[in-house]
Design a protein around this ligand. Structure first.
Ligand SMILES: NC(=O)c1ccc[n+]([C@@H]2O[C@H](COP(=O)([O-])OP(=O)(O)OC[C@H]3O[C@@H](n4cnc5c(N)ncnc54)[C@H](OP(=O)(O)O)[C@@H]3O)[C@@H](O)[C@H]2O)c1
Length: 387
């Protein structure tokens, strides 16, 4: 039995991970869970999986959770940074699923790697902000970073058994989100509810907005750079509205290998959990006759400027990707709260990036400082912006 610890168990990836575990109960045991604020769902998960420990964001939530559990519950309830550290480092686990959202996942993921855990990595912001540290530490500790993001799982599968030097480029596919065919003028008027309606995937709120702005694909370019040791310029993006091809790899001889499947996150999650084996993960299978024809389009840089912002920050490196990520998290939140328009998100991010003085090869303290700086700066820029 593989023992798992899950950071972000109450989120979309966390819930899907536990569903995969439930379908394969003889192979996995859940020893630790960490959530943010959703103690109702965490309570249900604790009752179902009986982890040794569970952690939430603060002490008040921890006390409420403890009181809601039956008195004979053996799960120890922890909170805050120390609680997340305990979940990340728990001795019993051999794999940690990193599925918190945003840069909150960075420190616990580094803790888990430091403790020698293999990582099923969904939290792309960790690689965006601190790819060099994560990859270096994983190498030092001899742990695997198994991609959960569907595109990176696809590339990982296409690269299986291939030589690094034979890769010419990778192509990340993007659905194009709900505004793929919208004009610039239409995009000026979209609401958070419009942006939260993704055509193909059911995901958490932040990544759904990122998908609508295509920042998600930008973050994924940087994520791919670190996962697969590639130059940013060897990572292309194609809009593929049906999300059937999850990504592809082109080799120097002109061969292209693609990974296909229905858009269901349980497939890449299951592969990360059971690698190199495969196991049942979901109920549907791909019907080629129903999905044809498969179409591809060039992403439009004018309507989706986040893609270029991310590519440029990824190419420049240093603390710029940290600032890209931090300011994006603030901009997404401000858009969801109705403080800025959808089209103002890239304006906030670009302005924050332009005010930043980047450091190369930043250590963790510099990364955390740049993250805090970017959030303060983006918040100020939002206050200055005319809605
Ligand atoms: N969803 C997908 O299909 C998908 C696909 C590819 C990659 N990813 C990546 O996977 C990660 C998770 O995405 P998601 O869609 O599952 O997000 P989500 O549904 O919003 O869930 C986020 C999880 O993180 C927890 N959390 C939020 N803020 C936290 C904080 N400050 N400290 C500790 N925990 C915190 C949440 O707890 P509470 O809800 O209890 O507050 C929840 O468990 C993201 O990095 C995303 O980019 C997601």
């Amino acid at each position: 039995m593989k023992k798992l610890s899950i950071l972000g168990s109450t989120g979309s990836i966390g819930v899907n991970t536990l569903d995969v575990v439930s379908k394969n109960r003889m192979q996995f045991c859940v020893v630790a869970l960490a959530a943010g604020r959703n103690i109702d769902l965490l309570k249900t998960q604790i009752e179902q999986f009986n982890p040794l420990i569970a952690a939430v964001m603060d002490e008040t939530l921890a006390v409420r959770l403890r009181e809601s559990l039956p008195p004979d519950s053996k799960t120890e309830i922890l909170w805050g940074a120390a609680g997340y550290r305990a979940v990340a480092r728990i001795g019993d686990a051999e794999m940690v699923v990193s599925a918190m959202v945003g840069s909150a996942g960075l420190v616990p993921t580094l803790e888990a790697i430091d403790a020698g855990k293999h990582i099923a990595l969904a939290n792309k912001e960790t690689l965006v902000a601190a790819g060099h540290l994560v990859v270096e530490k994983a190498r030092e500790k001899k742990v695997r970073l198994l991609p959960v993001d569907s595109e990176h799982s696809a590339v990982f599968q296409c690269l299986n058994g291939q030589r690094e030097q034979d890769v010419r480029r990778i192509v990340l596919t993007a659905s194009g989100g709900p505004f793929r065919t919208f004009s610039r003028a239409q995009m000026e008027k979209v609401t958070p509810a419009d942006a939260l309606r993704h055509p193909n995937w059911e995901m958490g709120r932040k990544i759904t907005i990122d998908s609508a702005s295509m920042m998600n694909k930008g973050l994924e370019i940087i994520e791919a750079k670190w996962h697969f040791n590639l130059e940013i310029d060897n990572i292309d993006v194609l809009v593929h509205p049906k999300s059937v091809i999850h990504s592809m790899v082109e080799f120097v001889d002109g061969s292209v290998i693609a990974q296909l499947g229905i858009p269901d996150m349980r497939i890449p999650i299951a592969y990360a959990l059971s690698f190199p084996a495969r196991m049942p993960a979901h109920d549907g299978f791909l019907d080629f006759l129903k999905v044809s024809p498969l179409e591809f389009f060039e992403p439009d840089p004018d309507r989706f400027p986040c893609l270029k912002l991310a590519r440029d920050a990824g190419r420049a490196g240093g603390t710029l990707p940290v600032v890209l990520n931090g300011s994006n998290e603030v901009a997404v939140e401000a858009f969801l709260e109705g403080k800025i328009k959808f089209t103002q998100m890239p304006v906030v991010i670009a302005e924050t990036l332009s005010r930043h003085r980047s450091f190369s090869s930043p250590p963790l303290e510099e990364i955390l400082a740049a993250d805090r700086w970017s959030r303060r700066e983006a918040t100020n820029i939002i206050k200055e912006i005319k809605h």
